[in-house]
Design a protein around this ligand. Structure first.
Ligand code: PMV
Length: 364
């Protein structure tokens, strides 16, 4: 599909008001997206586990205006309270998607949103937040059209989410989502994420992700700036090729259940992401001393315990500890005893691979 396929041709705006609500999860990349072209087109393909516990719930109440407005009309409530400071980001998003959602100027929206994880946890809320919002808008669009297929709904929800925040396009479906054009995945696209189209070995069923909150402070460098620094980065071209090669490798690994190879690819991807940051101009470091202490403790434990626990990182200091369901008791005891002491205020979140976004309330 191409961009223009997402411009609706005939909408019947016969609904005066309605309510839509979605819960959408966060996701954690195994192959990392780092570097982009205009409009959040990724410089390399990526793949992620969809999460379950870390999610955003968004409800939109919409009322038809008397006539088409010249500007967006909406209120925003975060955890029950008006949140003026979030509004510019939403306005920017609406401006980016107006071509694809022309009805946005015909309705007044009341947007209520909340997260399951603490706002200041250092867990990015943009993936779950932008995808939950995009899904609500798609549900509105569905009520204005006849015969929208579920495939089109998901693709366009992912397409819109991407325009809000790149990695958000991987939060619509689960348990694994691939995004970005690659010869290894025939139906892949730079415009939206797709459910992983190949077989997945049962060892990855109910895979665990315990997120260790190492540093809950504001990041020194935002991911927008970080992505930008890949322009002119001396290692960029090789990195983009490496990500694609790793995607090819991980497809085979996910199918065969070769967990040792899985751990190698995933950890290498995490460290490569941070190496790109450390070799940007200007360079920066998002890991903290406790991030490294946790990584070393995981490696030591793995040597001696015959388990298959590994780590990944997103653009921050927190560590995602990944392990299979059948090793959960042994690994979780280790996490509590040896890793939680490195967390800020001992905080961590137990999450698991999830199935994607869920519709909660529709009244149209
Ligand atoms: O979606 P963004 O622009 O916040 O970028 C996310 C980048 C990483 O989390 C570091 C990697 C990824 O693929 O999710």
């Amino acid at each position: 599909m191409i961009e223009t396929d997402f411009i609706p041709d005939s909408l019947i705006l016969d609904k005066d008001h309605g309510i839509v609500q979605y819960t959408s999860p966060s996701n954690i990349a195994l192959i990392k997206y780092w570097g982009k072209l205009e409009n959040q087109i990724p410089a390399n393909p990526s793949i992620s586990f969809t999460l379950n516990a870390c999610s955003t719930t968004t409800k939109i109440e919409y009322v038809k205006l008397g006539k088409r407005a010249s500007d967006f009309s909406f209120d925003l409530y975060f955890e029950g309270l008006p949140k003026e400071e979030f509004k510019p980001k939403i306005t920017t998003f609406f401006k980016r998607i107006i071509t694809y959602m022309p009805f946005l100027l015909e309705y007044r929206l009341s947007i209520h949103t909340s997260n399951t994880f603490p706002h200041s946890s250092g867990i990015a809320s943009s993936a779950s937040g932008m995808s939950a919002l995009a899904l609500c808008l798609m549900e509105m669009e569905r009520s204005f059209t006849k015969n929208m297929t579920d495939d089109y709904f998901d693709r366009k929800a992912s397409f819109l989410s991407r325009l809000g925040s790149g990695s958000a396009c991987r939060s619509i479906n689960g348990p694994l989502v691939q995004w970005g054009k690659s010869n290894y995945v025939e139906s892949s696209s730079n415009l939206y994420g797709i459910p992983f189209p190949y077989d997945v070995h049962p060892i990855f069923n109910n895979f665990h992700d315990t997120i260790l909150l190492v540093d809950k402070g504001e990041k020194q460098v935002s991911s927008t700036v970080g992505h930008d620094l890949m322009h002119g980065h001396p290692f960029a071209a090789n990195r983009f090729k490496q990500a694609d090669d790793n995607l090819g490798k991980i497809i085979g690994v996910l199918e065969s259940g070769n967990i040792k190879e899985f751990m190698k690819i995933v950890e290498s991807e995490a460290l490569t992401l941070h190496s790109m940051m450390m070799t940007s101009n200007p360079y920066f470091i998002l890991m903290k001393p406790n991030t490294l202490s946790i990584i070393n403790a995981i490696w030591e434990f793995r040597e001696t315990s015959n388990t298959h626990v590994c780590f990944t990182l997103d653009a921050g200091a927190n560590v995602h500890v990944l392990y299979p369901e059948n090793e959960k008791d042994k690994v979780f005891s280790f996490i509590k005893e040896k890793l939680v002491p490195f967390c800020q205020n001992g905080q961590y979140i137990c999450d698991q691979i999830g199935q994607g976004a869920k519709k909660k309330v529709i009244y149209v």
